[in-house]
Design a binder for this molecule. Structure first.
Ligand SMILES: Cc1ncc(COP(=O)(O)O)c(C=O)c1O
Length: 425
């Protein structure tokens, strides 16, 4: 077989569909976020850009206390963990961080993984294998890491329509009452920015004797009084069996975790291959995550500012007639609906306006719903929002992309700031 030919053919298909992925080479400037430098591959020169698609939702990636802790930890403990958690890889920062996470989510215990992806994949596959006659009920828009975990569990699975509590109820009702049941879902769906009806799903779990597994990857740090996520905001944390999240987005570092009862955590710790057979997080990463969480827990002002910025961006774009998709959260998706146009819009924003928004194409979102996904942060200024709205409008006009109805007859010249006050998050 000509393997090279096979691989090239697959890549050619991606290119033909406008879905070939190119990575912007970004140098982040600690202390100046969301400003960064992008390497222009043609000229070899660095060009300044404003990043509008980072999941460093609170700008914690440049927090001085976090940086200090990480530097100190590297100097004191060295670089890598030196092994798996079981074989010489556990250190004081892991232990403290797991205690902090358990406390944040009001659970008995927590367990670290090298990423949120690994946390989902290995926890779900382990639960599905170890719960007798398990059926996993999975939201149709769950993240790839949950889907892979459920697939590897090799148990029965039932997919419920996205956020459709009625459909979930039907599926639970039709399942054998004697079977183990686990409902897997997310609290904030990162591509549409919508929230799950967490309390309603917990009601169904109680009624049908199911466990709940909630991915709060796009919610930790951002919602709830201390940033424990949507379950905390909705006062249902005690009703969620397992919370899973990341240390790489609002907490600005790297890694994933689950928080749950002592027995669930002990079981995953003892049986999950993705935990057992992989080297532990470096001490400095755990130290940085710990400092970040401690900061974020008491930083309500950062959350308030994030909501304010998200509202301002939504209002500014809508005011320019851009088709902002309805999103009640901090995420601002703008519909384009075609892969090549989505890529071209992103390229024009970058080359002509120094605005970096990565295009989101299939399979991350369904075909026909390709979009630009904008993530405002507390660090995006009024001026930056005004520039974003202006640049996007120019690109929309140039590519003749469909506009939404302008919200205001005064639209166009008005800047984002005036509208921020009337917008809702
Ligand atoms: C919903 C969801 N879960 C899990 C993950 C994986 O988290 P991590 O980036 O820490 O691997 C992501 C990543 O974007 C995600 O969107």
């Amino acid at each position: 077989m000509d393997y090279e030919k096979v691989f090239r053919a697959r890549i050619d298909t991606l290119r033909a569909e406008g879905r070939y992925r190119t990575f912007a080479n970004i140098t982040r400037r600690a202390g100046s976020f969301p400003l960064a430098d992008r390497l222009d591959e043609h000229t070899g020169l660095q060009r300044p850009v404003t990043v509008w698609c980072s999941n460093d939702y609170l700008g914690m990636g440049e927090n001085p206390a976090v940086i200090r802790q990480m530097v100190q930890a590297i100097e004191a403990d060295g670089t890598g963990a030196g092994g798996t958690r079981n074989i010489s890889g556990t250190n004081r920062f892991h232990v403290r961080l797991e205690r902090e996470l358990a406390d944040l989510h009001r659970k008995e215990a927590a367990l670290l993984f090298t990423s949120g992806y690994v946390a989902n994949e290995t926890t779900l596959s382990t639960l599905g294998r170890l719960i007798p006659d398990c059926i996993i009920f999975s939201d149709a828009l769950n993240h790839a890491s949950m889907i892979e975990g459920i697939r590897h569990a090799q148990c029965e699975k039932r997919i419920f329509r996205h956020n459709d509590v009625g459909h979930l109820k039907e599926l639970l009702e039709s399942a054998d009452p004697a079977c183990g049941k686990l409902i897997a879902f997310e609290s904030v769906y990162s591509m549409d920015g919508d929230f799950a009806p967490v309390a309603d799903i917990c009601d169904l779990a109680d009624r049908y004797g199911a466990l709940t597994y909630l991915d709060e990857v796009h919610a930790v740090g951002l919602y709830g009084p201390e940033g424990a996520g949507v379950a905390a905001r909705d006062s249902v944390l005690d009703r969620v069996t397992i919370v899973e999240a990341t240390l790489a987005k609002a907490f600005g570092v790297l890694g994933g975790y689950i928080a749950s009862s002592r027995s669930v955590v002990d079981m995953v710790r003892s049986f999950a291959p993705g935990f057992i057979f992989s080297s532990a997080l470096p001490p400095a990463i755990a130290a940085g995550a710990l400092a970040s969480i401690q900061h974020v827990r008491q930083a309500g002002y950062l959350r308030e500012r994030l909501y304010n910025r998200a509202a301002a961006v939504k209002a500014a774009l809508a005011d320019c007639g851009l088709p902002v998709m309805p999103s009640p959260s901090h995420i601002v998706p703008v519909l384009i609906g075609e892969a090549s146009l989505c890529r071209t819009a992103s390229e024009l924003l970058l080359s002509d306006y120094g605005i970096y928004i990565q295009p989101i194409n299939y399979p991350t979102v369904p075909r026909g719903t390709e979009r630009l996904r904008i993530t405002p942060t507390p660090k995006h200024s009024d001026a930056a929002i005004g520039e974003l709205a202006h640049a996007m409008r120019q690109v929309w006009l140039r590519l003749e992309l469909p506009m939404a109805e302008p919200k205001s007859p005064l639209s166009g010249g008005r800047n984002a700031v005036g509208l921020a006050a009337v917008a809702t998050g």
